[in-house]
Design a protein around this ligand. Sequence first.
Ligand code: FAD
Length: 485
Amino acid sequence: MKMTSNRIRVAVIGAGAAGLCSARNLLSRPHAFQPPVVFERSLQVGGTWVYSEEPETESHQHSSMYRDLRTNLPKEIMEFPDYSFDPSLPSFIHRSEVLRYLEEYTENFHVRPHIRFNCNVIAVSPVSEDGVGDRVRWDVTSHIWENPHPVTERFDAVMVCAGHYSQPYVPDIPGIDTFQGKLLHSHVYRYPESFTSRSVVLLGCGPSGIDIAIELAQHAKQVTLCHHGPPIRWTPPKGLSLAPPVVRATPDSLICEDGTQLEADTLIFCTGYKYCYPFLESKMDPRSLKDTEELVRVTLPNSLSRSGLLLETQNGHDACNDQLKEGMLAKDTIVIPDEGQGHLPPLYKHLIHARYPTLVFIGACKIVVPFPHVHCQALFFLAVLEGKCPLPSVEQMLSESYKELMDHMSVGLPLKYLHRLAKDQWDYNQWLSKTAGFKPLPPVLRKIYDKCSEFRNTSPIIYRSLKFEILSSEEFRVNSTDAQI
Ligand code: FAD
């Protein structure tokens, strides 16, 4: 995909971990790339790791960080392969240490001069005369918050590093509008003291749900963690009880799946986040298809044939199907309905826009070790741009991403898990490095990750007392300061 002009001009959207890593690696290849332009809507680097107690405004979108957060991964595996955390720190560090690390990374690799702070990207559009395929260039439109006049600039490629943990996903619960208590999402949770003497129900048992429930149990009058999925393998601390998911609400209580009625004055949704890329030009965005407001789900017929994909609409008619006849689906857009959780365009290898392969989404995968993972994704894409790693044709990439969607759905997995890698992340990272020819991640990362997950699942209250030490690319040692481990 090597560009015809001398050096490739790349826009990076976001100066969180993914954007910083992308910019650092672009800067280290001056023969191939111009210095990147990094657009950052806030006033500082770090994205998720910037803690703020300021309320949100249009120009200030705070991250989902809470005051006392300590990492749920040990720093030994969290770090980028080319830059280490301070070795004197414990394995599980306070959020402020991660921000410090990202700030130091920024300085160390001289990324800061290339970041435009306070600069919000509002549109990313393919340049029409370039057509479809691996040569498409981009118009990126941005504005400084105080200045209403947007500026449009042209780039050869765009790396979207805008994160996906800041737009709360809130499930629909019948009766919730009548509930008199306080409703909030973990996105706005900051510290437990503000819940003293409250009866709190948390819905959702991901890392934030568990952490916040454990924090609150020491302060609130009563805390209930509602969850579905596999039974919890740990004993809740004093003050915390477990219950099935909330399925209905009345003015003064929350009703669980098994009929249990919870008297509560606060419900915290720990139900995750939506993908949200408001700057993608309308024709890039499946939602722009006529009547797509009504899309609710894709139904999969018995045969997984491409033409058999049906789009159902909320009120039963199939207004969109005309636009989604066979051929159009593969050529233009694959609609991935969002189940209310946002969506991504069809992606090749969870990364590259299958139709417009000069556009990538770095860090869009879920359940990964983010920093090493985005490092691999960024290096892969740069190798593609440099012409060192040819991609399949647009047709092939579209059909692979389509097949992935079909396979995913055929085993009954919710669409929100389409880019969830979990244990597959290691093979995925390995594939990226092998295909693009860069140094793979050492196997010890996976071993530590597995060990850490095991401890976290059984001892979420004390696993952070573990101290990991990497001995070689294959081996590690682990100690604990807590006698219970
Ligand atoms: P972000 O950090 O979200 O950065 C995106 C950046 O893009 C932001 O600075 C944003 O301002 C900017 N941006 C967005 N839109 C625009 C626009 N239109 N124009 C310009 N700029 C824009 N990971 C771990 O490794 N270990 C952990 O322990 C851990 N704990 C976590 C706890 C919580 C509560 C959360 C929410 C996440 C946690 N993560 C953890 C995951 C964490 O999000 C990743 O580690 C990583 O920081 C994600 O980086 P990112 O660059 O992809 O996104």
